[in-house]
Design a binder for this molecule. Structure first.
Ligand code: AMP
Length: 480
């Protein structure tokens, strides 16, 4: 189950939480367009509204008005190609003996099925095949015997993988980030309360103040009256495994993640791309919007020497076309790229061009764009990419396609260049990623570009010593 999503949690003094959660979800729309949901608690009971579609379509004014209570959580869910499954829409909510529970999850567990089997054996019935429900049931079970913090700690000891969670137990909102800090989660202050969100841009949208990132292995518990929060560092890891791809592609450039503004990380990557593989051309242009920050850093670095490169927009984007990636068939994907991007003739015709994008996944975008620029009269088209070659799938929640679909999985850079039809192609190096993110390599997850993961995943290599939690007295089965 790929769950590349956005989560929010809000606790306020004496104002309904639904409206600010709705705005925060709007700010996180880029993290998931398949479904949107809000669950609130009014001190007596939970209220829930979860709907397929974009945030703006999922809620009416009346829906928001009916979500009573000053505490709540929200979720936007990322689509997986071809699957539109409302049983996986979130927040997941459930009532049980010791109260009500709501969960919003960003990330992906790699041992969910072992835990699901254990819980099913204990009589738990599941309504979806998602791993979020597994976390919810385990937590519900632990809450029968333990207080909140101890129950979360016990669940944390069992789940292996990537998770940033906004949880609501009755009217108490919690934020939990996995010990590897794989996905982002941050904490902010509002005039009348506190907010947890996947990205700081959501806190900005509420006119809040970013306090800090939730630390890897930390549980933050908001007070239900918005008066404060408690922090519990449940696990202190030696190393983290932060997803570098959040900085390269997924997160908003105006978000600060783990202390670094994403826009500046991308610009720095662009600068390093020039240093590593710069090529003199008449014009440098981004693939909008994902290549923009890289291209501006690249062009800036190019012009620092004696170069004089023109930095210009050569492709115009139709903002009403969604992310092409989510189109289920190759045919639709190709059509969508053409609908989405149209060349600006004056920037391209007769020129040598460097085209900059953040990544090549299946290669659909790059192949089409190189052809388009040539048809528009470009003399040469050179491709520079702000991430290393993506050679392996993501198990941590980014929908990155399988090895068969990844263009670079079994091709050299020269073979990829040839397939795409560019005059030259260069990716950024692995080292530059750690440099630009100002993070030691061993604190990053780079599984999709190395094929080695910081988690124990059946059939895959690891890049460090990792161990799965023991479930039901046995090590989780290799087939999980
Ligand atoms: P592709 O056309 O398959 O090579 O995809 C590459 C394009 O998709 C790039 O322009 C990226 O900005 C964008 N992209 C990269 N990773 C993802 C992802 N996980 N989901 C959606 N879009 C992505």
């Amino acid at each position: 189950m790929d769950e590349k999503c956005g989560v929010v949690g809000v606790s306020l003094d004496d104002r309904a939480a639904a409206q600010p959660i709705y705005y925060a979800l709007y700010a996180l729309q880029h993290r998931g367009q398949e479904s949107a949901g809000i669950v609130t608690h009014d001190g007596f009971q939970q209220h829930s509204h979860v709907e397929m579609g974009l945030v703006g379509d999922a809620f009416s004014e009346d829906d928001i008005a009916e979500l009573n209570g000053p505490n709540g959580i929200g979720h936007v869910r990322y689509p997986t190609a071809g699957s539109v499954d409302s049983s996986c829409a979130q927040p997941f909510s459930v009532s049980f003996k010791s109260g009500s529970l709501g969960l919003s999850h960003n990330g992906n567990l790699v041992n969910a099925s072992a835990l699901r089997d254990e819980l099913a054996g204990l009589g738990h019935a599941f309504t979806s095949d998602g791993d979020t429900e597994v976390i919810a049931h385990d937590l519900a079970r632990n809450l029968l015997d333990d207080d909140l913090v101890a129950a979360v700690e016990r669940t944390m000891g069992k789940i292996h993988g990537s998770y940033s969670l906004a949880v609501m137990h009755d009217d108490r909102v919690l934020g939990l980030r996995d010990p590897q800090g794989n996905r982002p989660l941050c904490l902010g202050e509002l005039e009348d309360g506190y907010v947890l969100a996947s990205e700081s841009a959501a806190i900005d949208a509420l006119d809040g103040e970013l306090i800090r990132d939730v630390k890897p292995g930390e549980l933050v518990v908001l007070e239900p009256d918005g008066a404060g929060y408690e922090s519990h560092r449940l696990v202190e890891p030696d190393h983290t495994a932060r997803c570098f791809f959040e900085h390269v592609y997924f997160a908003r450039p105006d978000s600060t993640i783990d202390g670094e503004l994403v826009y500046e990380a991308r610009r720095e990557l662009g600068r390093q791309l020039w240093a590593e593989s710069g090529i003199d051309t008449d014009v440098v242009m981004p693939v909008p919007d994902s290549g923009r920050a890289f291209a501006s850093g690249y062009a800036e670095a190019a012009n620092e020497g004696d170069g004089s490169v023109e930095f210009a927009e050569g492709l115009m984007k139709n903002r009403y076309v969604g992310r092409t990636f989510i189109m289920p068939t190759q045919d639709e994907r190709e059509r969508a790229v053409r609908l989405k991007l149209n060349p600006i003739k004056s920037t391209v015709e007769g020129k040598t061009v460097t085209l900059i994008d953040d990544s090549i996944v299946r290669g659909t975008t790059s192949t089409q764009l190189v052809e388009l620029l040539r048809d528009t009269g470009a003399a040469e088209v050179h491709l520079r990419i702000g991430s290393p070659a993506i050679v392996a799938p993501c198990y941590m929640g980014i929908d990155m396609a399988s090895r068969e679909e990844l263009l670079a999985a079994d091709r050299s850079t020269e073979e990829v260049r040839e397939t795409i039809g560019a005059d030259s192609l260069a990716y950024i190096s692995h080292e530059a990623i750690a440099d630009a993110l100002d993070t030691p390599r061993e604190d990053l997850c780079m599984g999709c570009v190395t094929g080695e993961y910081p988690y124990d995943i059946a059939g895959e290599a690891t890049d460090r010593e990792v161990s799965r939690p023991t479930i039901d007295g046995n090590r989780a089965s290799a087939g999980d």
